[in-house]
Design a protein around this ligand. Structure first.
Ligand SMILES: [Zn+2]
Length: 356
């Protein structure tokens, strides 16, 4: 591991790239120790300084006992994760996916199981066997952002997680929202989808800001999927992209592109938003994304340079599965050469070349 950092090198790396992130699903109780070891052994020496932990509803919530997951992360586990991150100069940012992603394949998520009245599309029944595409256009369910009770519930969960992790930033997800402003929703029908999306961003932002906390979200709903050719997953077909001119500017946008090193960070930065480019499985694309952010920072006004915050490696499984497969070299088929562990190594080798 010749590319590992020396003590004191992080100051220099901070000027090359302020945010050097890693995003993963929170470990279950059985993989907690392994994951803590991974942070110490692999993330800290590479200079990773932001950990987005996708806890979602897998937490032993006390503030809303009906949302408690008895198998989820405990407060004690949260404290252990916070301690190892603090020791290693890593800012821990908890994530709950809000608005969209309230179901997965054929199963409804915890929030809509407890509160079916929050469902934006109650007329869409969950299929026994999920298939995409399907006649309902069901990817994931959304909650209705205009339901009068929804924020009372989700804000309590946000506060509890942020308190447990002593976090000054919170990641609200908000990616891949397909159901928004449904024509059958009594509160949202006929409303502008850009305004609906922006309204929800602003509500969460303002709640956090009142406690001195800042909001991070995924960027895909803010990109026009048709004009750019980026499609309806990593960008939006439902006009939510117009929200980009309606949201607060002190957000951090996690701009994920996994098939190409798209140049969309320039768009976000020029709109006044902080941006972090996110990689997934391809080491080659991850390296190109890191090089792009470095180049954007070198060739920009001070105002824009400041907004090109950095890069983040994403892992779309939980920590336990990642440590048992990708990290052990047990990924098979195409994943054997394209996976998040290889991408992380390549991305951070590239970054460390730029420190001097
Ligand atoms: Zn609605």
């Amino acid at each position: 591991m010749t590319m590992m950092m020396d003590a004191g090198a992080s100051d220099n790396l901070d000027s090359v790239m302020p945010v050097r992130g890693f995003c993963i699903g929170a470990p279950g109780p059985k993989s907690l120790d392994d994951f803590i070891g991974f942070i110490q052994r692999e993330l800290a020496p590479r200079g990773v300084n932001h950990l987005i932990l996708r806890v979602d509803f897998r937490y032993q919530f006390d503030s809303r006992p009906e949302m408690r997951d008895g198998e989820g992360l405990s407060r004690e586990a949260a404290h252990r994760l916070l301690a190892v991150c603090r020791t290693n100069g890593i800012r821990l940012i908890p994530h709950i996916n809000l608005l969209g992603h309230q179901s997965w394949a054929g199963s409804t998520g915890k929030l809509l199981r407890q509160y079916p009245e929050f469902d934006e599309t109650p007329h869409v029944k969950m299929p026994e066997q999920y298939k995409w595409p399907n006649p309902d256009g069901l990817y994931c369910k959304s909650y209705c952002p205009r339901h009068p009770k929804v924020h009372e519930v989700v804000f309590a969960l946000i506060d509890e997680l942020c308190d447990a992790f002593e976090a000054d930033c919170f990641h609200a997800g908000m990616d891949e929202v397909f159901y928004i402003g449904d024509e059958k929703c009594p509160r949202c029908a006929g409303r502008d989808k850009g305004e609906l999306f922006a309204g929800e961003v602003r509500a969460i932002h303002d709640h956090l800001a009142a406690k001195g906390r800042r909001l991070w979200i995924w960027g895909d709903r803010l990109l026009d999927g048709r004009t750019t050719g980026l499609g309806e997953w990593e960008a939006s077909y439902s006009d939510t992209w117009r929200a980009i001119d309606l949201i607060p500017k002190d957000l951090t946008i996690c701009d994920w592109h996994y098939e190409r090193a798209d140049q969309t960070p320039v768009y976000f930065a020029m709109k006044g938003l902080n941006v972090v480019t996110c990689a997934y499985r391809s080491p080659k694309i991850a390296v190109a994304q890191a090089q792009d952010i470095i180049r954007f920072r070198q060739n920009s006004t001070p105002q824009l340079k400041e907004r090109y915050q950095g890069v983040m490696q994403t892992v779309w499984s939980d920590a336990g599965r990642f440590l048992a497969t990708d990290y052990q070299g047990k990924a098979v088929g195409r994943n054997a050469t394209n996976n998040a562990w290889l991408s992380l190594q390549a991305m951070f080798e590239e970054l460390l070349k730029h420190r001097n």
